[in-house]
Write a protein that binds this ligand. Sequence first.
Ligand code: TXD
Length: 307
Amino acid sequence: MRKKVTIVGAGNVGATAAHWIAAKELADIALVDVVEGVPQGKALDLLESMPVERRDVQITGANDYSQTANSDMVVITAGLPRKEGMSRDDLLKVNAKIVSEATEQAVKLSPNCILIVVTNPLDAMCEVARRKSGFPRERVLGMAGVLDSARFSTFIAAELGVSVDNVHAFVLGGHGDQMVPLPRFSTVAGIPITELLDAAAIDRLVKRTASGGGEIVKLLKTGSAFYAPSRSIAEMVDAILKDKHKILPCAAYLQGEFGIRDLFVGVPCKLGSKGLERIIEVKLTPDEQAALAKSAEAVKELVGALA
Ligand code: TXD
């Protein structure tokens, strides 16, 4: 039987993730959104592109969860953007309610699914989904690290004038400005970038990566990045559905790894059909460890404000 992926939130990120997943023929897709007609319309439009693409994938859209039953994976992108006059905490609470409801509804019909949380603030929303689902940590992951490392890779490749295919960037920590890039583990054709770029250049690329989301928001004016985020979701879906045992940076619930406990933080994760198979721990320098601890502290604060 074909695999099935539910995507909650048929906005920019959710609908474009559906596009990548369908184009790669990874799974049938059920799109869910609260806006009447939008998940139905986008699902039908995408379905009608499949004969041209020559892919056999079923794509449905609905305002309820009836078509999501028995999904192998559920991706949660539902949420509201921050509006004027809204504090970070207000947004946290609004999106926590949305993610909590989405989790509850989705896991009722797909009790064995693997959850991928995308909604911001990412690491805190992962905790909401973990609590609500009651799933073990193997089946609750957050997408952010694949995106952050893709942005870092883009800038490294451009700086050195080499193929993106040669670049492997390594990031830890929370999403966006909480990111902890590790240049000594970021390589070009196996060579650490610390051998190829001076400290000032690396610092410049790191800063651009950490504010990569903001750079896109500034250009778009309305809305935020969605091509790279949605492609990053498809990467995690591919690794899991194809049982690839692929190591990708993801938000995972740490249980003492990297000296952090009971918190979602971005770390290298081996992904396979069971979801999280293993967290890959590396020895950090005191500076890197301190940056990661600071990143974890920010997540802890947000999780504390959830109650
Ligand atoms: O790296 C990352 N994790 C991120 C996260 C990268 C990019 C975007 N990131 C976050 O994903 C972003 O901050 C948002 O919290 C989500 C979704 O971003 P997107 O750009 O797709 O936002 P949209 O276009 O506003 O889409 C959100 C959709 C919209 O269609 C709403 O109607 C829908 O969510 N929505 C709901 N769907 C289902 N159920 C409920 N309750 C609901 N509420 C809103």
